[in-house]
Design a protein around this ligand. Structure first.
Ligand SMILES: [Zn+2]
Ligand SMILES: [Zn+2]
Length: 467
């Protein structure tokens, strides 16, 4: 069995792992990552699947762990290149995937199957099972893969939350049962592995937000991630309890909540939540909550437009309180500070996660990582997801507590190969191509570093057109 992370090792994002045995290949996740500010004109980055393209007749399916863009966002680009293999996802993830496929007119040609925690998939020589985890979007699953050469557990993005927002708690009994089967390789989320303690529970966050709702007399504007469906549902429930109507602002917030409502992932009373429009102004401020996108200070987002007075339906005024129920993704700090300054300029008061706990991460902290390690007890431990420093820190931490017989293997680069077989588990000397494919508008992989270089020159030095 060969395990090949094609993306997700050198960045936070673009997660995709191929697993090969004999003539069969399965793929876990198919994500994108966002371009940095130095990649002029590039919208996002998708994984290089040239290796898989040459073996597309061997691909038995793509399995999705959850619905975040760094796990599903490249699907519409990758799937046609691989001859439209079948896709497997839980209900909410499948709903999000369906919308993407429809947007790119692929919904007719791609078969999308739903799975749940009791499903057993037979994909070529592989048997695949699942276990429920918690994360910052409902319906996250970890994956257990069995092939004739060995076993693998892939956690996906996970944390343990005993009082989550809308999901059930992560299924520790099942994880322990899977661990008992004897696991060769554990691939495990590193994003917050070196942060101490446990993640705060969604329940604690909801309690703090309720506190703010009861103490606030004026209008409340809450910015968060549009995929944090459980948290958004909790806020909507609290709003109904405290006699406030919720207005949703921002395309992804409106789309995601419509999908969540349709698929049964919301529990607030019908009519308590609506899309923002002129009627948002007619209600007294004390009866209004506006839930918006833009918690990362994104240039065109609804919150940014509110902050500079350019939102069609929301004019910030004295007495407004803005809650930023998120923490900055590294690189976005400056943009967020700008938005906060502008909100104060318009007369609002701003509460961030730095002031009180109104956000919790979806990624396991150190103690949760140790718990997953002790439930699975693999022969070989592979920290994945995240920058090298996060994965190295994760490796050091786990080595200090683990059985010395367990090996901790660092797959440093995308395209590295881990081989599992009779001779043991080892990193191969080979490597497959795993470049960044840049997406520019609808163009896919047709711009390279030379184009970016030329754009940089043009942006500072101008250009001369020959007539
Ligand atoms: Zn995620
Ligand atoms: Zn992720």
């Amino acid at each position: 069995m060969r395990i090949i992370p094609i993306g997700g090792l050198e960045e936070v994002g673009k997660n995709i792992t191929a697993i090969e045995y004999g003539n069969d290949i399965i793929i876990i996740d198919c994500g994108m990552s966002f371009a940095g500010p130095d990649m002029l004109g590039v919208d996002y980055i998708v994984p290089d699947v040239s290796y898989l393209q040459k073996r597309k007749h061997q691909i038995r399916g793509i399995i999705f762990t959850h619905g975040h863009l760094d796990h599903i966002g490249a699907t519409q680009y990758v799937v046609p290149k691989l001859g439209n293999p079948p896709l497997y996802a839980t209900k909410l993830t499948a709903g999000l995937l369906k919308n993407r496929l429809r947007e790119f007119a692929l919904d007719k040609s791609v078969k999308l199957h739903e799975y749940n925690e009791t499903t057993v998939l037979k994909l070529g020589a592989f048997e695949v099972e699942f276990f429920r985890v918690n994360h910052s979007i409902p319906d996250g699953m970890g994956v257990f893969v069995k092939s004739p050469a060995g076993t693998l557990v892939h956690t996906g993005d996970f944390k343990f939350d005993h009082s989550p927002a809308i999901d059930k708690p992560a299924d520790m009994q099942r994880i322990a049962q899977i661990g008992k089967k004897g696991i060769d390789v554990l691939m495990i989320d590193s994003t917050n592995a070196v942060k101490p303690g446990f993640c705060k529970s969604e329940k604690d966050i909801a309690n703090n937000i309720e506190d703010i709702i009861t103490k606030t007399k004026g209008r409340l504007i809450i910015a968060s991630f549009s995929s944090l469906i459980g948290r958004i549902n909790q806020i909507c429930l609290l709003a109904a309890k405290h006699n406030r109507k919720v207005f949703l602002s921002g395309r992804s917030m409106i789309d995601n909540m419509a999908l969540a409502e349709n698929l049964g992932y919301t529990t607030y009373p019908k009519g308590a939540v609506r899309k923002i429009g002129p009627q948002a102004k007619s209600l007294p401020p004390s009866q209004t909550i506006i839930l918006t996108t833009g918690a990362q200070g994104e240039t065109l987002s609804a919150l940014t437009r509110m902050a500079i007075g350019e939102h069609a339906h929301v004019k910030i005024r004295e007495g407004d309180t803005v809650l930023i129920s998120a923490s900055p993704i590294p690189g976005n700090e400056l943009a967020i500070v700008n938005v906060i300054n502008n909100l104060y300029r318009q007369g609002a008061k701003v509460i961030t996660n730095g002031d009180m706990d109104i956000h919790t991460s979806g990624h396991a902290h150190a103690e949760e990582i140790k718990l997953m390690h002790s439930l699975i007890k693999p022969r070989c431990y592979v920290p994945i997801h995240g920058e090298l420093y996060m994965r190295m820190g994760h490796a050091e931490m786990i080595k200090s507590i683990a059985d010395p017989k367990m090996t901790v293997t660092m797959l440093e680069n995308n395209g590295d190969i881990l081989e599992v077989g009779r001779q043991g588990i080892r990193k191969s000397k080979q490597k497959i191509p795993a470049n960044d494919i840049l997406v520019d508008g609808l163009g896919f992989g047709d711009i390279g570093s030379k184009v970016i270089q030329e754009r940089k020159i043009m942006s500072t030095d101008g250009f001369l057109k020959m007539l």
